[in-house]
Design a protein around this ligand. Sequence first.
Ligand SMILES: Cc1cc2nc3c(=O)[nH]c(=O)nc-3n(C[C@H](O)[C@H](O)[C@H](O)COP(=O)(O)OP(=O)(O)OC[C@H]3O[C@@H](n4cnc5c(N)ncnc54)[C@H](O)[C@@H]3O)c2cc1C
Length: 589
Amino acid sequence: MNAPYYVPPLEDMRFLLEEVFDLSGVFGQPPYEEISFDIARAVLDEGGRFAAEVLGPVNARGDAVGAQFVDGEVRTAPGFIDAYRQYRDGGWVGLDLPPEYGGQGLPLVIQAGMAEMVTGSCMAFSMLPLMGRAAARLLIGHAEAALRDTVVPRLAAGEWTATICISEPQAGSDVGRTATRATPRDDGSWSLSGTKIFITFGDHDLAPQIIHMALARTPGAPVGTRGLSLFIVPKFDFAADGALGARNPAIVTSIEHKMGLKASPTCVLNFDGARGFMVGGEGNGLKTMFDMVNVMRLEAGIHGLGVGGAALAKALTYVTERLQGGNADAPPVPLVDHADIRRMIYTMRSRIEAMRAMMFETALQLDLAVTAGSAAGRATAREQAQWLLPIGKAFFTATGFEVANLAVQCFGGYGYIAEAGVEQYVRDLRVASIYEGTNGIQAFDLVVRKLLNDEGRRYGEFVARIRRDLEQHAARPDLLDIRSALADGLARLERVSAAYRALPRGQRRAAEAGAAAFLAMTGRVTSAWMWLRMAAAATGGSALHRRKRELAAFYASYLMPELLALEAQAMPGAARVDGLDAETLVSYG
Ligand SMILES: Cc1cc2nc3c(=O)[nH]c(=O)nc-3n(C[C@H](O)[C@H](O)[C@H](O)COP(=O)(O)OP(=O)(O)OC[C@H]3O[C@@H](n4cnc5c(N)ncnc54)[C@H](O)[C@@H]3O)c2cc1C
């Protein structure tokens, strides 16, 4: 097989941005007055070329060699130094950051498209620039002017990089148990001591300076998350002009040996009286950090889409080249002729293309939260994005993993062999369901915080928007299949959410046990909604339009019936998880 390293999905992106979504509320509006479809197309075309030609080739080598810890320092995998230099010099790091800080000032819909291609071509690489962008966004909103003006332009330019330092051995999902201490110094800075674990790119040889964004506890602070404050802890002290000074005792002591994502160093980072600067005020650490986490959460979801999409593209090439089966007295036929292979391709494709539309929908809402003409419009868009973010994070990463797994299946035995280049996708993607808030925590967030504790406002608007689209296309007989499947799915979701809302406060554990199934339902309903919109726009005779119509029908007839089971699982009382005491449940062997 002679497959390219990575195939950027530019045709599909163009279809979505130019034929499906209405971007008139973003392109041409402040602060995006200069942005047009021509610019979006040019940026994504160039980004696709970069992903295919520069990042794609370092992906497999990075997996084979991995990041190394040598003489107390992290050395990145072969090719990473050159790829990062090109990425930085191309201005890609600050694509959506404001121009006054050296960014390119593009809306998130364009950044999201780029993120899919960077992630799909080399997920391990994509982690680094993502953290720089996310930290810059946080600092623009919360840092004091002097600090902001020194650090942000350097992050935006990719001259410096950033990390996110939350996890500790005893504080994983339970961030409130953070034990790292920060004590005040006479000069207004702070002294941090403690150990952070699993810190992505906690050290590397790609840039001279690293800005660690770390949560720590100040003296006398209350227990739990209310006692946490946020600090920036630089690898080297720095002056206002950016000149680097003494090495700060923020030292990586080891890196992890992992299942996948081997070229992304995952570090144990020790703060031993390291100098830090508070950002966002004492006790506001977690709230402030969420400005970084939310940027990263969208992209953690995009990992599922990007890597799943890359696996799909490899499978599409393979099933046309590999010959197996057919009549014994005739030449063998390509795999793509077999019904079961077609089922897998239809499944992978219809799931990936729905997720790509969901990615743009989420990014569009985040953009509208800035550009919408009225305060109410901006608030609604922000709330819609907040509703979609946990769905995107958990549904994309779980679905992308399943798609990558199906790609391996299409390859048969060769799929299990490293040279084919698909088994890496499964290994790399596995972690995306775990970090950036595990998928279980996302489901809890969706059901408890966004559905139950919000009086259903975000959920109500989500349902209303789907209903409006169903009504808008009610007179289109060609859309009957996908419309009916979507209406049926929505009715099931409505039944479960009504059952959750009817639970007395003390019995919400039943909703927690059903939350994973509820989130899976919302992911499928949102996918079907995207398919309705794509099929409605695909009225022409081109291969792309014909494919869209058929994939919508497939999603309706083959994948939406999964909602029957999911509804049953999500209903309070179905997950009977409390019948056994813990000791009986775990005794084994
Ligand atoms: C490759 C990699 C890179 C990472 N990069 C970073 C990084 O750059 N910075 C950083 O700070 N961290 C990073 N992490 C850490 C990651 O964010 C954590 O692993 C994750 O938050 C989960 O924490 P934990 O591993 O302690 O698991 P735990 O919190 O122990 O969770 C174990 C299981 O229990 C479930 N669970 C836990 N609490 C609850 C609850 N209250 N209700 C229901 N279920 C629950 C979880 O969903 C999960 O399934 C990284 C991890 C990996 C593997």
